[in-house]
Design a protein around this ligand. Structure first.
Ligand code: PHE
Length: 455
């Protein structure tokens, strides 16, 4: 078994946690929700959710991880021995495993789309993008190969360990990701739809706001920050004693929110540059609408469309990779600490099991599309059960655990680094964890359940 290792630097710790948070959810799901729910008004609500619910839970998870220096299951065993609270740890790691198995399918798509952009297949003016996507996901071999290649990349990083693998990669991949976003945002200024796109993003339309929009914003904040699924708890177990938990949570959430909003700045000017494309094109937006949009948005300078499209899918791929690393590590850390085996062996077991489930998810777009439970394919079932049920439930329990059960002095010591950091924020975090977060997430959970059964 490997001995406990910490991240080597504060920067490394923040980039690793931000890498977990910044994922497909930021670049694909966030703009889609903004498009559906009235632009800037949704963004404002989203930011409130991050501040009032997301950050306090993230701090709670950091407290648990750093204090116990363990994966999420063992952390709860230590903090509440013999109590049913440990179900939170089991749910966290379980959900990380399930998300990993379907996340790698979509991540494989990003890899294939990056390849197809650079090979020129996506810039062919006669391409029917809907059919291109449909044929690709229904082709068992192509989509499986993409997922396996993606899994192998993740695996190779995980086996190198915390400092040499996760930290080093995050320090390279995150700046690369930010740089690509910067380049893409600058490029959008040469698109004809820039004014319309910016107006859509910056002018709030409060008439679109209602309770269900607020709950959608909260669900997104939750998913986007990667809280309650063992990833951040595991990463926090690698934080050292000087890492400031609240300021790290603020930095991670700021990077995450910035990337989400900038993705909107990339996507909407492009969408508004092309006639007959709607801003609320739904889930097909990234893989069916955008390739077409990128191809058309630069009008008579097709080479720009080619580069823009390639960089965009590389961006998606990088975001997916850093998130998958954190999901994988959450499970691997448990396996290696609990069963006392080498990192190589533990991560091979995790990769093999996740890939096996991943195969079913992949095939559920083609040959297994008739396998349904509650009318959902395997892929949709994994996504719905994890994001609509296990995640919010885990979030509520986590907030209650840190807010009510955990020894207050322990939480204070962790949040203030044994008195070195100001205490002022402490009562606010406790208040949010005790009252605001549980009530808010519970409403979201109930709505998710109702929606699921109404389908
Ligand atoms: N936060 C990631 C995203 O926005 C998703 C994710 C969930 C990553 C859980 C890791 C763990 O895409």
């Amino acid at each position: 078994m490997e001995k406990h290792v910490n991240f080597g630097s504060r920067m490394g710790a923040i980039f690793a946690a931000a890498g977990s948070a910044v994922g497909l959810g930021n670049i694909w799901r966030f703009p889609m929700l903004v498009g559906d729910n009235g632009g800037a008004a949704f963004i404002l609500i989203y930011i409130m959710c991050i501040l009032l619910v997301g950050i306090p839970i993230m701090v709670g998870e950091f407290v648990i991880g750093r204090h116990t220096q363990s994966n999420m299951i063992d952390a709860f065993r230590q903090l509440a021995p013999g109590k049913w609270w440990r179900i939170i740890g089991v749910m966290g790691i379980g959900v990380a495993f399930i998300i990993l198995s379907y996340y790698l399918v979509v991540s494989g798509w990003t890899l294939y789309y990056a390849y197809s952009s650079f090979s020129g297949a996506l810039s062919n003016p006669d391409c029917d993008y809907g059919a291109f996507f449909g044929d690709y996901v229904a082709n068992p071999w192509l989509s499986l190969i993409s997922a396996v290649v993606f899994m192998l990349m993740t695996h190779l990083i995980i086996i190198r360990g915390v400092q040499e693998g996760i930290e080093k990669c995050s320090k390279i991949l995150m700046p690369m990701l930010l740089l690509i976003i910067g380049i893409l945002v600058v490029c959008t200024f040469s698109m004809p739809g820039i004014n319309e796109g910016l107006t859509f993003l910056l002018k709030p339309d409060f008439s679109k706001l209602n309770f269900s929009v607020i709950l959608a914003a909260m669900g997104q904040a939750f998913y986007s920050l990667s809280v309650a699924m063992g990833c951040l708890c595991t990463y926090a177990s690698y934080f050292n004693k000087n890492t400031r938990l609240v300021s790290s949570a603020l930095s991670v959430s700021s990077i995450d929110t910035l990337v989400a909003i900038l993705s909107g700045f990339i996507i909407f000017p492009a969408v508004f540059s092309v006639p007959h494309v709607e801003a609320n094109a739904g889930p097909g937006l990234v893989f069916q609408t955008l390739p077409y949009v990128f191809n058309m948005a630069f009008g008579n300078i097709p080479i720009l469309g080619y580069i823009f499209s390639g960089l965009f899918y590389v961006l998606l791929f990088l975001a997916a990779l850093t998130s998958a690393i954190s999901l994988h590590e959450a499970v691997t850390a448990y396996v290696l600490q609990n069963w006392k085996m080498s990192r190589k062996k533990a991560s091979t077991i995790v990769s093999a099991c996740a890939m096996t489930l991943g195969i079913f998810c992949c095939l559920s777009f083609g040959v297994l599309s008739h396998w349904t439970i509650f009318g959902l394919t395997i892929f949709d079932l994994f996504d719905t059960v994890s994001s609509n049920i296990i995640l919010p439930l885990g979030g509520v329990l986590l907030a209650l655990f840190v807010g009510w059960y955990l020894n207050r002095e322990l939480v204070r010591q962790e949040i203030t680094n044994n008195g070195e950091v100001s205490q002022r924020i402490f009562p606010i975090i406790i208040f949010l964890l005790r009252w605001v977060a549980p009530i808010a997430i519970l409403s979201m959970f109930i709505k998710g359940l109702i929606e699921m059964f109404n389908k």
